[in-house]
Design a protein around this ligand. Structure first.
Ligand SMILES: [Zn+2]
Length: 211
């Protein structure tokens, strides 16, 4: 006890993992051969390390991330995409460890417009949101969902003539990640509320020795 190891800066916290004995699971960011992320728990409960391993593997599937030999997560492009990584972490912790998690498809059904909304990859990190059918307000929904994606993934928007298009600043494709963010993009306000709640809970339950 009392040993202080620099495991990086904590950027996200699940204070109580309802799928595994309410343990706290945190996401740390480090700078080791480029930005990398550590999933960590201080819990010594039996099975906790398997739970952490499950979260790491699920983040690889959902976010298209890679893991180093020591289990640190990175994006293949070498950028941190910190905001997106936090989302991948939060979503990965929403599965119980018996779940076979698959990456998300590039299409969702949008209830508000009653359209299937698809994200097309144009390469070099550039994506376009499209919707089928000709429901009323379809174009507005497409812009809103593209806006949601850019907020959630810290993506760049294009000019006003192309409100349906967004891009990652790294210029690399992140298809799995876009599929994951697409699920939440139609309702960004709820996501932001969830983030604020997690953040405030994190402050309350943060032991002083944690960074
Ligand atoms: Zn990237």
């Amino acid at each position: 006890m009392g040993q202080i190891v620099d495991i990086g800066r904590r950027i996200e916290l699940i204070p109580m993992d309802s799928y595994f004995h309410d343990i706290a699971i945190a996401l740390y960011q480090q700078q080791q051969d480029g930005p990398s992320f550590l999933v960590h728990t201080y819990s010594r409960i039996e099975g906790a390390s398997q739970r952490i391993q499950f979260v790491i593997e699920t983040m690889q599937t959902l976010g298209g991330m890679t893991a180093t030999e020591s289990g640190l997560l990175q994006f293949p492009c070498g950028l941190d995409h910190q905001l997106a990584c936090k989302r991948v972490f939060l979503e990965a912790c929403k599965f119980d460890s018996t779940h076979l998690v698959e990456s998300r498809p590039d299409t969702i059904f949008d209830k508000k417009s009653s359209c299937n909304v698809t994200v097309l990859s144009h390469g070099n990190g550039r994506y376009q949101v499209t919707a089928d059918g000709d429901g009323t307000g379809k174009e507005r929904r497409v812009s809103a969902i593209a806006g949601g994606l850019s907020k959630l993934g810290d993506m760049m928007a294009f000019d006003e003539e192309n409100p349906d298009q967004i891009a990652f600043p790294c210029g690399c494709s992140h298809d799995a990640l876009v599929g994951l963010l697409l699920v939440r993009a139609p309702n960004v306000r709820a996501v932001v509320r969830e983030q604020q709640m997690t953040a405030s809970r994190g402050v309350l339950s943060s032991p002083s020795q944690q960074k």
